[in-house]
Every structure is written in C-alpha cells, then in structure tokens.
Design a protein around this ligand. Structure first.
Ligand SMILES: [Zn+2]
Length: 288
C-alpha cells in the first residue's frame, strides 16, 4: 500500500469514527431530552417500550440500525416506536461528520480541538432544540455545559481566530442583556430566563460579534415561525429556544462570514473605516 493510500484510509477511518461515535452520543442525547425535564437520572435503569414496558434488548439498542431493522415497531408488542429517537441519532451523527469535515480533524492540533468543541456545542444545541420544543424548558446543566466549553475554546484558539477575552466577556452580555430587558418588560411572558442564560453561554463561546449574528438569525426565524403558527390558529405562546439554537449553530459555523457579508452589504465597513474599505473579518477556517 502506498503512503498516500494509507493516509487516505487513516483519514477516512477517522471521519467514519466521528459519524459512528456521533450516533452513539445521539442515543445519550435522547436520554437527556426525555429525562432532564423530569429531573430523572441520566445513567440509571435501562430503556423500555413506552407502550408495553418490556425492557429493550441490548441488540435492539444499536443507534439508527435497530430502529430500521425493527421497522419502527416494538419487538414485544408491535406498537410503533417514535422515529424521533432515530432522527436525533442521525442528526448528531451527520452533524459531527460535517463539522469534522468543515474544520478538518488532521490539519493541526488547534483545528482538531476546535472541531471537537463545535461538535459538543452542536449536541448541546440539539438537546436545547428538542427539549424546549417539547416542554418550553431550557435545561440549566446544558447551558452551563456550553459556557464551560468556552474555556478550552479560548485556551486552544489559533492566533488568527477572532476570539479574545474582551470579545468573549462582551459576548456574555451582548445578546443576553437585551433578552433580559424583554424578559423584565414582558414580565416573563414573551421569553423565558432560559433563553437569556442560553445566549449568555453562547456569547461567551462565540464572542460578541457572532452572538449578535446568532440573536438576529434566531429572532428572524422565530418571527417567521410565529406568523406561520398564528396563521394556522395556533397559540401565541411558543418556544424561542429552538430558533435561538439554529441561530447559534449558524453563527458558530459561518458567523465571521455572516458578519463580513453584513458589514460589506450595508456599507457599515465603509462608514466606520472610510470609503473603499472592504471588511474582512477573521475566519474559522485556518489551515485548509
Ligand atoms: Zn412494546
């Protein structure tokens, strides 16, 4: 085998591992989504069928594969099993693969760490998305998890990254304080405190520039969703967290590109820096 073939094989195995491990972590995310709102333990007791209560066999617990093999039905009673579990596993597996491919796992130590941290934030956002959608609750441990990931993100950031301690500290408040004001003015009816904490943690991880982009995307998506839900006669009370999660994800992966495009499109770069200025903010892609 030539050295080149060996290298390709090694890289392919690495990405396959990210996909499979992502699917396995997706299984754990399902446990979080269902048990965190009930404050149940995340590690105790085995899964069982929601209809007949029969414990699920070990061989039927393989992420994605088992649900397809059983054609979405319980082995014991034949009751349909929600496709949600498999959807979450598949979303996490595909997400981990795509994020690894975007930043590259083998360019440098810093890009590898950055890719892994982004995968973990993505998983936390999946939990926020589905849990808030179901219960209108945003779990505090999940938000703290995102905030804590900001520490290795800062320590291992490459020099070219736009992230520094000032932008992170301002980021902590940049999106969360406006939301806190809305929470205060609406007396907690428009948004929840969970949304405020989520944007504080995301701001610490992303820095102020990108968390503002995240907030804008989240607000626009929530407004569109709100109009659609209302036009269908749905309730005006709906979760804000899922839309903020999508905004944070977009800002994490494409935030600098979005900010650069915004500065140039609106001419804000020229207003601030003078005529003919083309803004080029740092990018998350380094060694590619
Ligand atoms: Zn059953």
């Amino acid at each position: 085998m030539s050295e080149n073939t060996q290298y390709t094989l090694y890289v392919s195995v690495l990405y396959l591992f990210m996909f499979l491990f992502g699917a396995a972590v997706g299984s754990f995310l399902n446990v979080c989504i269902y048990r965190l709102p009930k404050e149940e333990s995340l590690i105790k007791s085995n899964s069982h069928c929601m209809t007949c209560g029969t414990p699920i066999l070990k061989r039927d617990l393989i992420p994605i594969v088992s649900w397809c093999m059983l054609r979405g039905k319980c082995r014991a009673c034949g009751a349909p099993i929600s496709p949600r579990y498999t959807v979450v596993e598949a979303m996490n597996a595909v997400g981990w693969l795509l994020i690894s491919l975007r930043y590259g796992l083998v360019y440098s130590f810093e890009t590898t760490i950055h890719a892994i941290l982004c995968c973990l934030v993505y998983s936390a956002l999946l939990v926020v998305f589905f849990m808030d959608w179901d219960t209108q609750l945003i779990s505090t441990p999940v938000v703290i998890f995102i905030g804590v990931l900001a520490i290795p993100e800062y320590i291992f950031r490459p020099f070219e990254s736009g992230l520094d301690i000032v932008s992170m500290v301002i980021g902590l408040f940049a999106a969360s304080v406006p939301l806190l004001l809305i929470w205060l003015i609406s007396k907690g009816r428009a948004i929840g405190l969970g949304d405020v904490y989520l944007m504080a943690a995301a701001g610490l991880f992303l820095g102020w520039q990108r968390v503002i982009a995240a907030l804008f995307i989240g607000v626009i998506l929530a407004a569109i969703a709100g109009i659609i839900i209302k036009s269908r006669g749905g309730s005006s009370q709906f979760a804000f967290g899922p839309w903020l999660s999508i905004g944070i994800l977009a800002a994490m992966l494409f935030g600098w590109e979005i900010c650069t495009a915004y500065m140039n499109f609106t001419g804000l770069g020229e207003i601030i820096y003078g005529e003919g200025h083309i803004t080029s903010l740092p990018s998350d892609l380094y060694a590619a």
